[in-house]
Design a protein around this ligand. Structure first.
Ligand code: ADP
Length: 249
């Protein structure tokens, strides 16, 4: 699960590039966009179709080698959805049990920000192997990260670590790195709660452009330095999952 305490910190950007990175390291990957309040995967993968269904099962929409499903494929862009507890549970249940996911090695789930019904329903329905918490190095985002950490600890979802997004900006002329929001803040939280920072992703205009154009950078330019960071993150997560499985067997 790719989670965040707050909206707008890059959770969907990380989820989509991480899904592509898993594919690039040879895993059959699927991506569930469970962000019912603001589904971004249709935009990030430039998918505008409605999924096919025979009335019993719903087929995934496949692009860039990833099987995807999003609540955004079912609802109209301009209509804000007002979700109540039971509706959330029903929608999430359908995304999990009615969708023909086929065979996959790994599923990446893009969660809504915060700590709410979707997170709880998913943890009741699925055995989640791990979660990543995406944050930016700003106090305002980090306060909510602590809430997210607390919720995952309560629901016993393994937290694999933090992903610090928009950590720094690389000047295109000199290659020098500039911290965008100050330094050391995410480390403080990671140390205090004893979690690892698994990845630091720079602010990169190309990453933004490609998300908005509907083709994740990690697929479009896999050798780009930011794509390589996502591929390293995927390798690291896979290693952790394997170790976890060994420890539990
Ligand atoms: P969230 O899912 O947390 O709401 P998004 O992934 O939708 O956040 O990202 C919000 C906006 O920030 C998007 O326009 C996205 O392209 C942009 N963005 C996210 N991460 C980066 C980054 N590292 N560099 C540049 N733009 C980014």
């Amino acid at each position: 699960m790719v989670a965040s305490g707050k909206g707008g910190v890059g959770k969907s950007t990380v989820a989509s590039n991480l899904a592509i990175a898993f594919k690039r390291i040879g895993l059959k990957t699927c991506l569930l966009d469970a962000d019912i309040y603001g589904p971004s995967i249709p935009t990030m993968f430039d998918i505008n179709e409605k999924p096919k269904s025979d009335g019993k099962q719903i087929e995934t929409l496949n692009k860039y080698g990833i099987a995807t499903m999003s609540i955004g494929y079912m609802v109209n862009d301009d209509n804000p959805m007002i979700w109540r507890g039971l509706m959330v549970m029903k929608a999430i249940n359908e995304l999990i049990s009615k969708v023909n996911w086929g065979e996959a090695d790994i599923m990446v789930i893009d969660l809504p920000p915060g700590t709410g019904d979707v997170q709880l329903t998913l943890t009741q329905k699925l055995k989640i192997d791990g979660s990543l918490l995406v944050t930016t190095p700003q106090d305002i985002a980090l306060i909510d990260v602590v809430r997210g950490l607390r919720m995952f600890e309560k629901t016993e979802i393994p937290i694999m670590g933090l992903v610090e997004n928009m950590s720094y900006f690389v000047a295109p002329d000199t290659g020098k790195q500039y911290p965008l929001f100050g330094e050391g803040k995410t480390e403080k939280i990671a140390e205090k709660y004893d979690y690892e920072i698994l990845s630091r992703i720079p602010h990169d205009p190309l990453l933004l452009e490609q998300c908005e154009n509907g083709h994740p950078l990690t697929d479009l330019v896999p050798e780009h330095k930011v794509s390589r960071i996502f591929i390293e993150l995927a390798e690291n997560v896979l290693k952790k999952l394997k170790l976890q499985r060994l420890a539990n067997s």
